[in-house]
Design a protein around this ligand. Structure first.
Ligand SMILES: [Zn+2]
Length: 216
């Protein structure tokens, strides 16, 4: 009897820990603070309901959609940058999981699985699918040394954007340095993140993953 009890206890324990580690669905109720990375995956077929095209003069990409609030903030940021003679534009914004699947498969073919995964997300694991993310101007690490990148590092948070994959944080974000990849989180949280030198992962860890955003 004792043995039977122990067995069922162990079974429940094993099942519970498996279930805990298997919970990897991103919490879409977090709105613009949603965390999507190599651990948190978007529900299959996820598509934000309020995607709109980026203002034409600030877009050169085929994938030109963002969530409404992020698109408006991006326009404001580009317009303000222009006053400092800084030209910003979107190369790539929202991507469906079908598009991401193609990108991932192409990357694996070109670089092999391990290298590909340092740069390219699997379908469902890309922030671009949230409609809150933009690749700005370039996708080359030399972009980090340009005036545009410098301007972004100093001002993007004032418009609600953060540099999502900063240098020296690869072990936290799971991605190589991408000075062109910006994520919209709203000005309040973006400012907090920049002032405290955090990543979005660290922000959620510090504030509790489900603390949410009072203004979302
Ligand atoms: Zn990107």
């Amino acid at each position: 009897m004792k043995m039977l009890f122990l067995c069922s206890f162990l079974q429940v324990f094993v099942l519970n820990s498996y279930e805990t580690s298997a919970i990897t669905t991103a919490d879409t109720s977090l709105g613009r603070l949603i965390l999507v990375n190599k651990t948190y995956k978007l529900p299959s077929g996820y598509r934000p309901y309020d995607l709109v095209p980026i203002e034409e003069k600030y877009n050169k990409g085929v994938m030109n959609l963002l969530r409404q609030e992020a698109a408006a903030a991006f326009s404001r940021m580009c317009s303000r940058a222009a006053k400092d003679s800084i030209v910003l534009w979107s190369r790539s914004a929202y991507r469906s999981d079908t598009v991401q699947k193609q990108l991932y498969e192409n990357a694996v073919e070109r670089r092999g699985k391990e290298q590909a995964e340092r740069h390219t997300a699997k379908p469902g694991y890309s922030e671009h699918q949230t409609g809150l993310t933009i690749d700005i101007n370039s996708t080359h690490s030399s972009f980090g040394k340009t005036r545009e990148a410098d301007w972004l590092r100093q001002h993007a948070h004032l418009f609600g954007f953060i540099e999502r994959y900063p240098q020296h944080k690869e072990n936290i974000t799971g991605y190589s340095y991408e000075p062109w990849h910006y994520r919209y989180v709203g000005t309040e949280v973006a400012t907090y993140i920049v002032e405290n030198n955090l990543t979005l992962e660290e922000y959620h860890e510090r504030n509790g993953k489900h603390s949410g955003d009072p203004a979302r």
